[in-house]
Write a protein that binds this ligand. Structure first.
Ligand code: SF4
Length: 335
């Protein structure tokens, strides 16, 4: 590596998994000043706290960037399409690399890096896709993949001698045998197990998201509840979410948007219901109350009261009586 007398800075996408942690460590071990960026999803998948702890263990500063409204376009019209669920992985990578590239410019870093491995994922880590990500994120020559760099054309930081190509790797494929050996050798701890974690790759979540996007979703924050509970389409304009346990009930209360209506059983143990969309009239609320009762031990009882309030007016509580909901109705509405 050329001694330029200047400290070389790089910005890496840290997912919390072992690949990006190894990528960061390989560069740290070359004396590069590494900064991490983590794009956090609003749906509760991934754990920014855990990523932060991993960054601390690696002794690198870390910036968490919450997914913003510009991601809605990625969810609606991804240039490179979806994977097997509602996962626009190639466009999502482009989005994240763009965020890292903006931070690279902000702090005067020389390049961006990721933990991508050639051929590890069928959709987004084919050779051609890696090129698309680099081009569309507008970082030509400045996107380094330390784990498979030797299988790719040299990047500008390698050509300029800021990074020693010989100390980068040539990993390809889906097996993570080499990575597991490396984390031991490099002393990396606290990473998440590979695979899973992204709700966009789950078909059920994708169907909910699609349903909400089709009705015109104003912002990314309003999708934050979609990973929770049971989801019922009341009609084209509204949906109900029911918590499945105490944790989800609390999360629904926490993540409700100001205009959402919340219902909580007043006289029997049962789930919290969140109602959203269009004109929320009493017929919808009694139906939502009936759904909450259906998923309680009081399913067979007659009409029962639920406390009901608008999320932005928690002191203004009124009572809604449930209507009887039949199994066939539940099946028709459940998504
Ligand atoms: S798995 Fe999820 S977070 Fe990862 S690239 Fe695909 S859509 Fe984005």
């Amino acid at each position: 590596m050329k001694d330029t007398g200047k400290i070389c800075k790089a910005v890496g996408l840290l997912s919390g998994g072992l690949d990006s942690a190894i990528a960061a460590k390989l560069l740290l071990d070359q004396g590069i000043e590494v900064h991490a960026v983590h794009v956090s999803m609003p749906w509760g998948c991934g754990d920014p706290g855990r990523v932060r702890r991993l960054a601390e263990k690696l002794h690198i500063p870390m910036k968490i960037i919450p997914l913003a409204d510009d991601y809605l376009a990625v969810l609606q019209h991804p240039k490179y399409g979806f994977g097997s669920a509602h996962n626009p992985c190639i466009d999502c990578h482009i989005y994240m690399v763009k965020k890292a590239a903006a931070y690279m410019q902000e702090i005067g870093a020389s390049f961006v890096f990721t933990g991508e491995v050639l051929g590890q994922r069928p959709m987004s880590q084919r050779r051609q896709c890696l090129g698309w990500v680099e081009d569309d994120a507008l970082v030509p020559g400045r996107l380094l993949r330390p784990l498979c760099a030797k299988l790719l054309a040299p990047t500008i930081p390698e050509q300029e001698g800021l990074v020693d190509r010989e100390r980068l790797l040539d990993i390809s494929g889906r097996s993570r045998k080499v990575q597991y050996r490396l984390v031991k050798e490099l002393g990396i701890e606290g990473f998440s197990a590979p695979g899973g974690g992204c709700l966009l790759t789950e078909k059920l979540f994708g169907a909910r998201l699609k349903d909400v996007l089709a009705r015109g979703c104003p912002d990314i924050a309003s999708t934050a509840v979609l990973g929770l509970g049971r989801y019922f389409r009341l009609d084209a304009g509204a949906f109900v979410l029911l918590g499945r346990d105490a944790h989800e009930n609390e999360e629904l209360l926490k993540r409700a948007m100001p205009t959402d209506i919340l219902l909580r059983p007043a006289a029997f143990p049962g789930p919290v219901a969140l109602v959203r969309g269009g004109d929320i009239h009493d017929n919808r609320l009694t139906l939502a109350a009936g759904l909450a009762q259906f998923y309680s031990k009081s399913r067979e009882a007659g009409p029962l009261p639920l406390a009901c309030w608008r999320a932005d007016a928690p002191a203004d509580v009124r009572e809604i009586m449930s209507v009887r909901v039949h199994e066939a109705d539940v099946k028709r509405m459940l998504l």
